[in-house]
Design a protein around this ligand. Sequence first.
Ligand code: PMT
Length: 404
Amino acid sequence: MAALNGRRILLGVTGGIAAFKAAALTSLLVKEGAEVRVVMTENATKFVAPLTFQTLSGNPVHIDMFSPHLWQPEHVSLADWSELFVIAPATANVIGKLANGIADDLLTTVALAASCPLLIAPAMNDNMWRHPAVQANLKTLEERGAFIIPPGYGRLACGREGRGRMAEPEVIVEAIGMALTPKDLEGVNVLVTAGPTREYIDPIRFVTNRSSGKMGFALARAARDRGARVKLITGPTPLPPPPFIPTVRVETAEEMREAVLEGFEEADVVIMAAAVADFRPEEALPLKLKKDQVSELNLKLVPTPDILAELGKRKGDRILVGFAAETDRLIENALQKLRSKNLDLIVANNVLEPGAGFESDTNIVTLIDGTGKAERLPLMSKYEVAHKVLDRVAAMLKGDARKG
Ligand code: PMT
């Protein structure tokens, strides 16, 4: 199921060059299953034709305050219809109007009439972005509950480099998902690990595994969406960093251990989805091992620290969730790990099952709690699996399910 299935999103487009990115945003939202309606300022129509948004959203585009074909004033019907209003791009001018309650066109009038969450993705020249008036207006809007999606750094339409580029459509979609998710983990500190580790043989060769980081990233995103303060520690992965989540990148099991221990003190919940290498070469050579130096190569491997087992020994009140990547005797092996590492929940996956485990966007998992009770879940996206895991965590935090 697409993440925004059936959600009613009103997209406000104002007059800046980044309006062209709003077209990509519309298309992404529709792909995620959302129903999108677009309201444009007159100035926005100078950058992108309304027909573009009409075609991409499948709905008429709203520009005029006074449409004769509607039974209700249009600003009221649009405001009542929307579950979320996102203005992307938002110019300095529109931000100023919103902060001061000015309603002199359809878009700004809808913003006053709407009681749904408001997301603002500013886009402007870097001097305008830094201007105290703009910053003060943004602060006012934030204090009233609007969520500002910060602009990125890069080449601006004026030819300069600086901060002011509208956030990428993918980032705005993440922010929308966040805004629409109920916040049952507000204020909870969640530490998530993801990805593989690399254990070096020499500076260019290493022992690793197939983990892509997708499962751990999905957990971090889902926890963030539910209001948790998330810290993500990840081994090497080509995945882009998940927006709005402080992310620490590490390479080896030892580095992951250090980063996890650093975040452990303030964590209420730790979820270890990382595929930490269990062994490393006894010695990492400082220079490249040349082929003609040896006729055969015997690598002596020694165990890496078992991070989760170490956390289990000093967990206090924290909730510890582990994963078990298995190829046989799934439940038996996972239960053994749950007990030996002193976990509250273990997420067992048979990595040989099609659609499960490494690299795929989906997983098939069995959740086993502290009592040993197992629940097998059907194939679902890793983001959906993440929510199922967090449902258990939320119940444990309420104090009614730690012991099953
Ligand atoms: O990253 P993806 O491509 O999305 O793949 C997802 C996944 C298959 C990696 C994920 O679903 C998963 O199963 N993660 C755990 C992989 C693993 O290392 O399992 P394990 O059974 O070997 O380890 C048990 C638990 O101990 C895990 O929580 C692991 O993070 C932890 N561990 C393991 C070894 C070690 N030295 N230190 C640890 O903390």
